[in-house]
Design a protein around this ligand. Structure first.
Ligand code: ADP
Length: 438
């Protein structure tokens, strides 16, 4: 400050001296006044440079100014730098925060007080079917036109969540979405969306499964209780009594088989996949299931089927022996049950060129129409319902086979044509197959 006063005085004194040198007393006064004005203009120019620099809003390219103006420039530059750093920190934090919300598996949309989209993550855009960039500023009710959603927004009761259909038709888009709005700040809203397609599907499957099991159990139970009532109310002779008891035992056996298959399925679903520790001779497995199948055909088919083993070199497969036997015998028992008596059944293991191995069963039975093939391994799916029931089928056999194959890293394939017989195959990956015992 002192420097500025001295500077002003120097300008005034310089101009007064000029007036005095001119030997005109009045000029001394006007000279001093002119000096003060010139200094004012000169100082104003410095102030203008400072204002211009401030107008740019950057700490760089600061003007070099002396005295008070120089101090002002220095201090302002430091302040700008400090604010810049703070703003950069805040921006980085905001970016981290938005990146975290982007990564969320749930949809997040910020709405302003009028219900316009201020920001949305990609998940929300995909689930609700809008563009996260282009549709910013649009009214959300114009983009998500589901009547339940519009009614929900209009009602303003956001204590509950609502479920709406997804936008479709892309496979990546969910079909069922749960939405809840949470008001915050000054009439703003946070909209959260969640894909519940899988949950819904699981729930539908669970309901269907319970309905199917109940239906399967109710049928033999109704027959059984009918016989019990008859036996209680009628006096039967010994021959009739034995016949009724035989039929009752058949129904009880049917329920037992169903429960046993259900337990097998739930064990397969609930236990970890078998390791590759136990190696089993493929021929040992084959002989075991062939023997069972020959026993079965003797009891249910007239004339019995011709069941033969495919000739070939045995090898070793790894997995859970009981599971593999159960899957293989399910395929063979199906071949026996669905092929008319006297038919031909062939089964065996073979090695593929890529090192994988497969077990197959071929029959000369009725074959299966193409439209049924994709659904055969679904629980309780039957092509020939009455034949399945007649021969004690539960509708769970192929579901068990599929589970066993998948738990061993393999799969089940069916080749069949109506009237041409069927071939069922369980393939195991190369990691579960060895040519030698070592
Ligand atoms: P099920 O206990 O009814 O046999 P599965 O799951 O084993 O149940 O089989 C599903 C359906 O596939 C059967 O009901 C039957 O209609 C059909 N199927 C299975 N194996 C054969 C076969 N070898 N030949 C003809 N149809 C078959």
């Amino acid at each position: 400050m002192t420097r500025r006063v001295i500077e002003l005085l120097l300008w005034v004194a310089g101009a007064a001296v000029w007036g005095w040198a001119a030997e005109r007393p009045a000029w001394v006064f006007f000279g001093a006044l002119g000096g003060a004005l010139a200094w004012g203009v000169f100082d104003g120019l410095r102030a203008r440079r400072l204002m211009r620099w401030l107008g740019k809003g950057t700490a760089n390219e600061s003007p070099r100014l002396p005295g008070l103006w120089g101090d002002l420039v220095d201090r302002t530059r430091k302040l700008i730098k400090k604010l810049d750093k703070k703003a950069q920190g805040a921006e980085a934090r905001l970016e981290d925060f938005l990146a975290a919300i982007q990564a969320s598996p749930n949809g997040v949309v910020l709405l302003d007080s009028a219900g316009r989209i201020e920001w949305a993550n990609l998940t929300a855009a995909n689930q609700l079917g809008f563009d996260p960039q282009r549709d910013l500023g649009q009214y959300v009710r114009n983009l998500v036109r589901h009547p339940a959603f519009v009614a929900y927004l209009n009602a303003g009761d956001f204590d509950r969540e609502i479920q709406i259909d997804g936008p479709g038709p892309k496979a990546s888009q969910p079909t069922k979405i749960l939405i809840q709005v949470h008001p915050y700040g000054k009439k703003r809203k946070l909209l959260l969306s969640r894909d519940v397609t899988a949950v819904q599907l699981a729930e539908t499957m669970r309901r269907d499964f319970v309905a199917n099991v109940s239906h399967e159990i109710r049928t033999p139970l109704t027959v059984l209780s009918g016989f019990v009532e008859t036996m209680q109310s009628l006096s039967l002779d010994e021959e009739e009594r034995q016949r009724y008891l035989g039929l009752m035992s058949q129904q009880a056996q049917r329920m037992q088989t169903l429960v046993s298959d259900l337990l097998t399925l739930s064990r397969l679903e609930g236990s970890p996949a078998p390791g590759t520790g136990e190696w089993i001779d493929s021929d040992e497995l084959l002989q075991h299931v062939l023997q069972e199948a020959r026993g079965l055909t003797q009891t249910i088919a007239t004339p019995p089927h011709e069941i033969e083993a495919e000739p070939g070199r045995a090898f070793w497969v790894s997995g859970a022996k009981t599971e593999l036997i159960s899957a293989m015998s399910n395929l063979l028992s199906n071949a026996v049950r669905y092929t008319p008596g006297g038919g031909h059944i062939r089964a065996g293991w073979r090695l593929n060129s890529d090192g994988s191995g497969e077990f197959f069963v071929t029959d000369t039975g009725p074959g299966i129409a193409a439209e049924h093939l994709p659904r055969l391994t679904e629980r309780f799916y039957r092509v020939d319902r009455s034949r399945s029931r007649e021969t004690g089928g539960t509708g769970l056999g192929l579901a068990i086979v599929k589970h066993v194959a998948q738990r061993h890293g393999g799969r089940v394939d069916v080749h069949s044509e109506l009237g041409q017989g069927s071939t069922f195959t369980i393939s195991l990956p190369a990691s579960r197959v060895r040519r030698q015992a070592t």
